[in-house]
Ligand binder design. Sequence first.
Ligand code: DGY
Length: 410
Amino acid sequence: SENITEAARRILRENDRGGYTVPTAGLYPYQWNWDSAIAALGFAEFDMNRAWQEIETLFAGQWETGMVPHILFHKPDAGYFPGPDVWQGVGPTQSTGITQPPVAATMARMVYDRDPAMGKARLSALFPKIRAWHSWFLKWRLDSENAVCVTHPWESGRDNAPEWDLVLKTMTAEGVGEYTRKDTSHVDASMRPTKFDYDRYIWLVQQGARLKWDQQALREQSPFRMADPTTTFLLLRAHRDLLAVGERLNLDVTGMAEEVALLEAGARSLWNTELGSFDARNAATGEFANCMSNASFLCWYGGIDEAGQLEKLRASLTKTRFPVASHPTDSDRYDSCRYWRGPTWAFMNMMIGFGLEDCGHADLAQEVRTKTAELIETYGFAEYFDSTSGAPAGGDTFTWTAAVWLAWAG
Ligand code: DGY
């Protein structure tokens, strides 16, 4: 395991492009929002300054509205599509026009806790920026029950999760035009979203660019607006963490406790009684997607200890050797290697593990951790893993998998 730790550090160093990491060379050649926050946690194991820098670089791309983009295009790279010309982001750095699940506050708190004396000034400077991002979510992205919505499947981080089929299947993607995907030139097409999905991803990007990413206009015109368990649980946790560090650092936390309560009510509203699980919901109709996913198991990370979800987790742990599957292995839409339709993700497992631990389910946290460690030991630092065979999938030498080894699994 000494060697694996060495390798993990090397991956973070090799994916460093000067102040930020790429998730992996080739497939993802820019700075991604939640990948970077996870990377910071990995760096904190051996280079605290570099850990803070990762988050600071991300916030240097923050828009005036408070939104923090899902990708920052620091340097041009012809190997990725859609690039800055398609997105036409309007921030200080070339970027996309959507965000990603807000994990930065939680990771910043964890980095801070490792060395409070060193982190005090860094975190104090980041605090108002992170709060502005969270306020942007609160202003623009709550549905009628105060769960947090995404406006693009990419914004959820779980690009092709079956939850989104509900809305994507109603869209025609008319006029999307010709384009050349780059992802399938880096990894096998069987591991990636289908063309049906991609047409709709690109159509939504074109619509957003046309509307100059104006949130009011998007709220009125976009066909895609779904309350998302990942974003909802992560923002709830992140806001609680931000409130805690704000109090500790004597910063202005006015209104934050009320916002946490609002977000908690929103998160609880994602409970689908019929399914017996937390679920995504179409904001336009109130209809649930009727899908359990690995994001459903982020409830504990969000501080919600739900007995029914715990039962589902125990059951799912018996169904595959390589948990936690991103979609139930016994569902007819389960696909063991196609991105978010079945595979398992080490960083999701880590957040699930953190939550279980916090809520007093140490045995389950330990089981998820041990199995994640086994995956990485056996199959390396893949982007994600086939949840039936364990086989590595997607990109390799992946930043977040290396970070998870350093901070949690190893
Ligand atoms: C991609 O390009 O597939 C990414 O997941 C978008 O974030």
